[in-house]
Design a protein around this ligand. Structure first.
Ligand SMILES: Cc1cc2nc3c(=O)[nH]c(=O)nc-3n(C[C@H](O)[C@H](O)[C@H](O)COP(=O)(O)OP(=O)(O)OC[C@H]3O[C@@H](n4cnc5c(N)ncnc54)[C@H](O)[C@@H]3O)c2cc1C
Length: 395
């Protein structure tokens, strides 16, 4: 096949994950390698990255995810205006919820994170516009914050471009392979010949992942709303989450945002963007979520949308080599919270560096081999209501 472009490595998808890969893979100092970063739209970003409110909570009951999040925050904090360390608050409304927050506090401290159990009064002082009433426990993570995902993605792209990475605006239509070896990517701009190819197309990853081993990346619908504008608050409130109720709120500075996982999971096939049609039932979901906000805040919906992101059966990303096709890699179902850490890990793998075996095993894209896709899809959907899982995994 005649190649329009020739590269050592082609990355498909330039959301926060693909762009971070372009950045880390071009940072090794060896600029002799030719890298092409392909996306159907660089501006605006049409994927999940362009719509994420950017909550970054580093502690996770999965030690692997906590490690990836810590590494990610370390990277984001180096990016001008990339990460706002506003902190995060979790509030419990029942004795069992309080017990879980205590466990999370203890485990987070053991993981080396700043965590403190505080009183309801202290919590209200931190976020008076977002918190009312009495809580059985409040947990403060001082080092958490808000990632400006678009800013970070642009930074990674700019830095990658400055180091010679070619940004190609095109639609990838097929991964070309022969005798179990990747040959490149067919795109609307022609054939990109490449020795190595990475699928980093987020919720669209299944479209390019036609393998015998199932790749259970299940796009789901999620409601988020922006409140009406107000004067810029002097003090930015931390993120507030009510884990037992699957609700979270963000102080965006000149408006508040509110999201909820408190609804039956909806699998949603994306079109060209990560925004799906509004789902009627989401109105009631947001109404219920708004009850947590003090009346004095006068939270009213200015804009609401259905944002699509990926779920997997074990709530873990798929990052690593695709066993069936030599030279093919994947980094998908990765949250903003784990994007830089995951990209760094895959860059190490591609560059042949020593790898942490625990991470490699937990993130292995081939780990669902032999399983039925129907069952894996159901498990992924079931996980949606446990995104704020606060029960220790041993329970
Ligand atoms: C409403 C909402 C709230 C969220 N909240 C949070 C949060 O608070 N914290 C958090 O950590 N995460 C959050 N997420 C999840 C987070 O946004 C995603 O996990 C993350 O952005 C995924 O990044 P990505 O680069 O893998 O995918 P994307 O950003 O979707 O990028 C994929 C890219 O691939 C391109 N592409 C796809 N197919 C092709 C093709 N065939 N050819 C060429 N280009 C292609 C797309 O144009 C796109 O730019 C949220 C997501 C949404 C939608």
């Amino acid at each position: 096949m005649e190649a329009s472009y020739s590269a050592d490595l082609a990355i498909i998808g330039a959301g926060i994950v693909g762009s971070a890969l372009g950045y880390f893979l071009s940072s090794s100092g060896d600029n002799s390698k030719k890298i092409v970063l392909i996306d159907r739209s660089f501006a605006p970003l049409k994927g999940s990255t362009g719509h994420a409110p950017g909550f970054v909570g580093q502690y996770n009951e999965s030690e692997v995810l906590t490690r990836l999040a810590k590494e990610t925050v370390h990277e984001y904090r180096r990016i001008p205006a990339g990460f706002d360390v506003v902190g995060g608050l979790e509030l419990a409304t029942s004795p069992a919820g309080a017990e879980r927050l205590k466990q999370r506090h203890d485990s987070a401290k053991r993981a080396g994170l700043e965590a403190e159990l505080i009183t309801t009064e202290q919590a209200i002082r931190m976020a008076p516009a977002l918190i009312k009433g009495e809580y059985t426990a409040a947990l403060h993570f001082a080092g958490d914050g808000a990632a400006n995902a678009i800013r970070i993605t642009t930074f990674f792209q700019d830095e990658a471009r400055a180091r010679g990475v070619q940004l190609l605006q095109a639609d990838a239509t097929k991964i070309q392979q022969a005798n179990g070896q990747v040959e490149g990517v067919m795109t609307t701009a022609g054939f990109v010949q490449a020795k190595k190819v990475i699928i980093a197309t987020g919720i669209w990853a299944p479209e390019l992942s036609d393998f015998q081993t199932p790749i259970p990346i299940i796009p789901v619908a999620h409601p988020y709303m922006y409140g009406k504008y107000h004067e810029l608050s002097e003090h930015r409130a931390p993120w507030v989450r009510w884990p037992e109720h699957h609700v979270y709120a963000r102080d965006h500075g000149t408006f508040y945002g509110l999201g909820s996982y408190d609804h039956p999971p909806f699998a949603q096939q994306p079109n060209e963007t990560a925004i799906g049609d509004w789902i009627e039932d989401f109105g009631a979901t947001l109404d219920t979520a708004m009850k947590f906000i003090p009346d004095s805040t006068n939270l009213e919906i200015r804009e609401k949308f259905n944002g699509i992101f990926s779920m997997t059966p074990d709530n873990m990303p798929l990052v690593g080599a695709v066993a069936e096709v030599a030279g093919l890699y994947m980094a998908a179902a990765v949250w903003v919270t784990h994007a830089a850490g995951s990209a760094k890990f895959l860059a190490q793998m591609i560059q042949g560096e020593a790898l942490d075996e625990t991470l490699k095993k937990a993130l292995d894209p081939n780990r669902f081999k032999g399983r039925e896709m129907k069952e894996l899809t159901q498990e992924s959907l079931d996980g949606y209501n446990h995104i704020y899982k606060t029960v220790a995994s041993s329970e």
